[in-house]
Design a protein around this ligand. Structure first.
Ligand SMILES: [Zn+2]
Ligand SMILES: [Zn+2]
Length: 175
């Protein structure tokens, strides 16, 4: 009977009764992996979620996983040194996104100061009139002349002949 050094002998992770030479294990495992695929649990490799490892092989895999080697390599490497090509000057910005003292954006205030055309939608007639007046003042600035300063048309009404359809009022007869 052929005798081997025990250190050369390994057990199949799927079945301890399968004992073989270490160099035969990889080939053997392929068979047992298929044979036992319905009875063993698949585990996710901690180094790569894409590695689904049958539970019997899991421990061995965590020691030999390619991605473990990459991670261990970076863990043992010194941090990358920045050279002139990877450095850039500190970017100065007037915007400070962390400043809590900046007032919140108010669309009404923005519209009142920005040079845009507003529409008096959804206002009552009195509000609408005031809005248009304010809007004209805003857009025309100092040149804007309020309508109230112009002579009201009613002032001339008594000096001109009333339109035939306009009924005379009692007080217009006053002398
Ligand atoms: Zn086996
Ligand atoms: Zn892995």
């Amino acid at each position: 009977m052929e005798s081997f050094d025990d250190s050369e002998m390994v057990y199949c992770p799927y079945n301890k009764e399968h004992k073989m030479l270490r160099k035969k294990l990889q080939q053997h495992i392929l068979k047992c992996r298929v044979l036992y695929k319905d009875t063993v649990e698949l585990m996710v490799c901690p180094f790569n979620k894409g590695h689904l490892i049958p539970e019997p092989e899991f421990f061995q895999h965590t020691k030999s996983c390619e991605d473990r080697k990459i991670i261990v390599h970076y863990q043992n490497s010194a941090p990358a040194v920045l050279d002139e090509d990877t450095r850039h000057p500190k970017i100065e910005s007037e915007e400070n996104w962390d400043d809590d003292n900046v007032p919140d954006y108010d669309p009404q205030i923005y519209c009142a100061t920005a040079n845009i055309v507003r529409e008096p939608n959804g206002l009552f007639p009195a509000q609408r009139k005031a809005f248009i007046k304010e809007e004209n003042r805003r857009q025309l600035g100092e040149d804007y002349e309020e309508e109230e300063k112009k002579p009201p048309k009613a002032k001339f009404r008594g000096e001109t002949r009333p339109a035939p359809y306009e009924p005379r009022r009692p007080y217009s007869r006053r002398q």
